[in-house]
Design a protein around this ligand. Sequence first.
Ligand code: ZN
Length: 92
Amino acid sequence: MASLISCPHCGSRPKEEFTVKGAVVKRPEPDAGETAWMDYVYLRDNPRGRYREYWHHTSACRRWLIVTRDTVTHEIESTIDAAEAGRAEVRS
Ligand SMILES: [Zn+2]
């Protein structure tokens, strides 16, 4: 049975249509310093449990999504459009 991912634009689609692009990490300020930028570019947590990642719906709508999933069970908690999540973050 194929794993289905719920795209907010396309509905339930096979996971093979998506490309995982990496952890959702807050970008440092431009003048944050070399250590902050090295951490941002090269270091990632490897958590056991809940994790937020950028996924790209490569084979369909080509939108960037934020997928929250459990790294142990692979259960997906939520899938939201990254642009809409960014706008909500700016408003708050
Ligand atoms: Zn889509």
